[in-house]
Design a protein around this ligand. Structure first.
Ligand SMILES: NC(=O)c1ccc[n+]([C@@H]2O[C@H](COP(=O)([O-])OP(=O)(O)OC[C@H]3O[C@@H](n4cnc5c(N)ncnc54)[C@H](OP(=O)(O)O)[C@@H]3O)[C@@H](O)[C@H]2O)c1
Length: 244
């Protein structure tokens, strides 16, 4: 009989790192890491892995009870609002303690020229006529920009798109660089006038913001959805402390 059964809602780099640490540091506990299954070949986290949705808050609550889950850790992406809401509802409905791990949002510095907006449609509307925006957005977030035929967007994708893009754009293949100098070179090469991104936070893709700052480019940044109320931490170690 394990000391605890921990359900870790993941799908982020932090989620995978947390699975590793929990497996190492809590060998007496059973860890189940849940992934939505959106990525074709996700790097498989340590321990037991469950792939696919639960069927809403009710389905998740049923899973918590059926598997005897004693702790629920939500380490999903800051923009994954649905699963965060479901986790909060399922935890309060079953009495299973829940902790949210949320990486800190990016904040503007004195030299940043940010326009914060609440959604992608507002980001589109904030761009001036004829702008050349770098849309640092996943392909599933591009649709709102298709009505702006005056824009000349630049996109970056890891893999070539399987379906035609919703609008004409210059496409760069590859991962975001961690080096602002490379991002500056890219923005200059394409004559980018604006950066459009979501406030995901974290280090993996913050170099583009540093590049925009150094070039004096305006940034249209989509604010995060509001997280459900409840205990929230920003560091892996805080989750491990909560579990001990
Ligand atoms: N949103 C982003 O920009 C982003 C970026 C990087 C990674 N991710 C990761 O990708 C996953 C999906 O993101 P999303 O924006 O589509 O989320 P979402 O809109 O909040 O979730 C949609 C549905 O996907 C299922 N789901 C989401 N995360 C799950 C998980 N960890 N384990 C099992 N089921 C999960 C749930 O289905 P049921 O209702 O059937 O349970 C949920 O209702 C998340 O795990 C997130 O951490 C998202």
């Amino acid at each position: 009989m394990p000391a605890e059964t921990i359900l870790l809602l993941a799908g982020t780099a932090e989620g995978r790192a947390l699975a590793e640490r929990i497996s190492e540091e809590r060998p007496d506990s059973r860890l189940v890491t849940a992934l939505a299954g959106r990525t074709l070949f996700p790097k498989r986290p340590a321990g037991e892995v469950r792939v696919g949705g639960f069927g809403g808050a009710e389905g998740l609550a049923r899973f918590l009870l059926a598997e005897g889950v004693t702790r629920l850790v939500d380490a999903t992406h800051p923009f994954a609002a649905g699963i965060a809401r479901n986790a909060a509802q399922a935890a309060s409905g079953t009495g299973v303690p829940r902790l949210k791990l949320l990486r800190p949002a990016w904040t503007p510095g004195a030299r940043d020229r940010w326009t914060p907006v609440s959604c992608l449609g507002a980001a589109r509307d904030a761009l001036p006529e004829g702008a050349r925006p770098f849309l640092a957005l996943g392909r599933q977030h591009l649709a709102p920009f298709r009505h702006r035929s005056d824009l000349r967007p630049v996109l970056r994708m890891v893999d070539p798109p399987e379906e035609p893009l919703p609008f004409l754009a210059d496409l760069v293949l590859g991962l975001p660089s961690a080096d602002p100098v490379e991002e500056i070179a890219l923005f200059r090469r394409f004559g980018v006038t604006h950066l459009v991104c979501r406030n995901s936070g974290g280090d993996a893709s913050s170099a583009k913001l540093v590049a925009a700052r150094r070039l004096g480019l305006p940034v249209v940044i989509v604010a995060r959805p509001v997280s459900p109320p409840g205990p929230t931490v920003s560091e892996l170690q805080e989750v491990l402390d909560w579990l001990s």
